[in-house]
Design a protein around this ligand. Structure first.
Ligand code: PLP
Length: 395
């Protein structure tokens, strides 16, 4: 009945569904407060109050027919200009409205970008571990994912191996920093080195290679750490941004692409991407949410909410003897499994009502992901379970 291409996706989905169902069963059995569910990347920091106020003000002040109507596929011009100016103020870039394309979150932004630039059979290099949905996005356009390794002590890209993976089929290098699932942020020297390699390879191979920088976690960077703005280091960069995490608005589906003027054939690529937005069925990003962003362009969730969780979980797990790179951004921690098969480790954790996602779901077996977008209480109360779990493995 269903298309061949959907079959592996549905098999994968049923594994995720089984995990959710197990969580629900545990909550029904033990009470929600006694289940420590670190499996979901669903933001839980409070939505800033400015968002609700902006929605009320917009509904009161704006002409409803214009507000709820179609607009240019790229989005409202005034909103795009506000975003461009905000980026320029914060990152020293020089964007205008013509560089910003409003999208239905990062997921659709990535699809629009890939639809725009990827030919069938072309390769997209991604550093593992990574957000596995990328596989489906690339497959939508008949591209091929090529996994590149990272150093397991830091989760920084192994640049020597990376360079060797670039071929005359490479079209895109997909970066995600701050990273899901590791929480690692690439510093300026890493971005510079990736850019140098790509400049050299573009010349050598006589073809354009794009970076797509997937940045839904850009604003979730702790301790004032800088997240370099990739367009400043490499001209052929498209940025995919989302407000799902920075404003806790994942259900509203709002984000944007940045297509800088320095990108090859920038205006034509921008127009093509606007059309791709229509063709993939999004048409335009939700109009009310675009207007909200226009009024709240510099607002973000309380970072301390996640930072407190990050510190407690990291220190708690280290004290138990677990091994983990300290995350600097996003709201994930990637813990080394004390046994080779991390599925066994996840199964053992369930005995203590702790739910985690196996690293295989991020193309990195031997690890587990914990999402710390949970109440602080959940972290504190989970520690007895983690201590017992560590003891089981002789840590
Ligand atoms: N990219 C990464 C790395 C993510 O973790 C997610 C969602 O969790 C997305 C993209 C999709 O985000 P959005 O809600 O903006 O579509």
């Amino acid at each position: 009945m269903i298309a061949e291409k959907m079959k592996p996706l549905m098999a994968n989905n049923s594994a995720i569904r089984t995990m959710f169902e197990e969580g629900d069963k545990m909550r029904a059995e033990h009470g929600a407060e006694n289940v420590y569910d670190f499996s979901l990347g669903n933001p839980d920091a409070p939505v800033p109050s400015e968002i609700k106020q902006a929605i009320i003000d917009i509904l009161n002040e704006e002409d409803p027919v214009t507000l709820h109507g179609y607009m240019s596929n790229a989005g409202f011009e005034d909103v795009r200009e506000s975003i461009a100016q905000s980026l320029n103020r914060r990152f020293g870039t020089s964007f205008g409205s013509g560089n910003i394309l409003m999208t239905v979150g990062a997921a659709s932004g990535l699809n629009v970008a890939l639809k725009t630039i990827l030919n069938p059979g072309e390769e997209v290099i991604i550093f593992a571990p990574y957000f596995l949905e990328y596989n489906w996005y690339v497959d939508n356009y008949d591209g091929k994912v090529v996994q590149a390794p990272t150093d397991k002590n830091t989760f920084y890209p192994d640049l020597e191996s990376f360079e060797k993976l670039i071929t005359d089929k490479t079209r895109v290098v997909l970066l995600n920093t701050p990273n899901n699932p590791t929480g690692v942020i690439y510093k300026e020297d890493t971005i510079k080195k990736i850019a140098e390699i790509l400049e050299r390879k573009q010349k050598e191979l006589g073809r354009t290679i794009f970076i797509i920088s997937d940045e839904p976690y850009r604003e979730l960077a702790y301790g004032g750490i800088e997240v370099p703005y990739v367009t400043k280091y490499y001209n052929n960069t498209i940025v995919a941004y989302s407000y799902s995490k920075s404003l806790s608005l994942p259900g509203e589906r709002i984000g944007y692409l940045v297509i800088p003027s320095e990108l090859e054939d920038s205006e034509f690529v921008f127009d093509t991407a606007s059309n791709a937005n229509r063709i993939i069925g999004c048409v335009n990003a939700p109009s009310l949410q675009q207007k909200v962003i226009g009024r709240c362009v510099d607002v973000q969730v309380d970072l301390d909410y996640y930072d407190r969780n990050r510190t407690s979980l990291y220190e708690g797990l280290k004290a138990c003897g677990f091994d983990c790179v300290k995350p600097e951004g996003a709201f994930y921690m990637f813990l080394k499994s004390p046994v080779e098969d991390e599925n066994d480790f996840c199964a053992a954790a369930k005995k203590y009502n702790i739910l985690m996602v196996p690293g295989t779901a991020f193309a990195c077996p031997g690890y587990v992901r914990l999402a710390y977008c949970v109440s602080h209480e959940t972290i504190v109360n989970s520690m007895d379970g983690f201590r017992n779990l560590a003891k089981e493995y002789g840590l």
